[in-house]
Design a protein around this ligand. Sequence first.
Ligand code: FAD
Length: 415
Amino acid sequence: MNPTLHIVGSGPAGLAAAHAAVLGGAQVCLIDDHRAAGGQVWRGGPGTWNAPAADALWATLQDHPDFIHVRDTRVVGAADARTLLLESDAGGTRVPFERLLLCTGARERFVPFPGWTLPGVTGAGGLQALIKGGLPVRGRKVVVAGSGPLLLASATTALAAGAQVVAIVEHQPRAALARFGLGLALRHHDKLRQAAQLFAQLRPIPYLTDALVVEATGDATLRTIVVETARGRTAYDCDLLAAAFGLLPNTELGQAFGCAVERGALRVDERQQTTVPHIWAAGECTGGGGVDQALAQGRVAALHALGLAPSGADLRALRRAQDFAALLARHFAPRPAWRALCQPDTIVCRCEDVTAAELAPWRDWREAKLATRVGMGPCQGSTCAAACEQLFGWAPPAARIPILPARAATLASIE
Ligand SMILES: Cc1cc2nc3c(=O)[nH]c(=O)nc-3n(C[C@H](O)[C@H](O)[C@H](O)COP(=O)(O)OP(=O)(O)OC[C@H]3O[C@@H](n4cnc5c(N)ncnc54)[C@H](O)[C@@H]3O)c2cc1C
């Protein structure tokens, strides 16, 4: 096969794009670093999804003669303007492409607060992923904290797996949540129904609003958290804290190909085309919005990449998903209080154990990196660069190849 479209990322955006492309007559190569397709929200792969939309896409794709799924393979960079650099257990490979669609998703944003590096503290989506991967949580005390609808999804997953969810700690005030609910009632009945179903499952669990976890303590592992509300501070015993502070788009691969980034996400036009003419992008790497936006964008991006016109229904689905994304962004925006959580002795770079006090004297990321080794550990700043931007206002560093850890032999194949 000689693919007309290469897609990186097999989450909802990548699957919707591959589906639209093969039905549009293209030959498609879909690459992902996971064994199973599905991305974050449909983690676990075909057969485990409990999502009719995912099943329908996969039913078309799985045996389609014009579809190749390259699994367990990550794209670690750009070998040149039209060549992907891949790495798998078999080694490094260079793959030339004609047209590229980036559906690389997002990762969780971590906000440093005292105790956030203790074992037992994870992201909210991170805890979900661990549970879906087999982490036993039956009988364990879990607190889900931060901001946004992911808190409800994470708490539901923990509850269904037998955890004792002690509290859900939402930082937005009740008035903002009521305005969000009104927006759903006016324009997004399906989402309101979903939220109501989640709340019904979680009804016995305290749902604190305008509340923030200000500290996590323990010895070898998490034991207690302290929650601050308008009424003061309360300590809760817990074994696991799932803290969600929103998502950060995975823009690094786009940047490696020279695509522009705007407000932390890959910049795309109304055709989902990036600033590089032969590269399109869809889903959370272009900004947060959830699964429906990822599906709609993936479809529209693939059609435009192939020179085909999306239908009126495609464009309506996209506009509707964008409206929901805007509602989310308005009511679950980061709040300044998150910055105040970090104390001078709080670790900001957990790979290199660099504290906020050690970073404070420096003027920018580069100076701080040279002086303290911030961002020089295995994650290469993918967690702490965003924290430093929030804490000190430093522009995040430009992406460098490899965008993910890679073997020297793979890098040596770049001319
Ligand atoms: C940890 C986590 C949990 C989440 N849980 C939920 C949830 O329960 N419900 C919900 O509605 N939303 C959830 N979300 C939000 C979720 O990201 C979106 O709703 C949806 O999955 C976005 O789809 P996407 O296709 O844009 O990206 P994703 O689903 O994130 O898919 C991106 C895919 O690209 C792959 N990839 C990225 N870079 C590379 C590379 N360089 N090489 C190879 N492969 C690569 C990733 O492995 C991934 O499979 C979660 C997000 C995160 C980060």
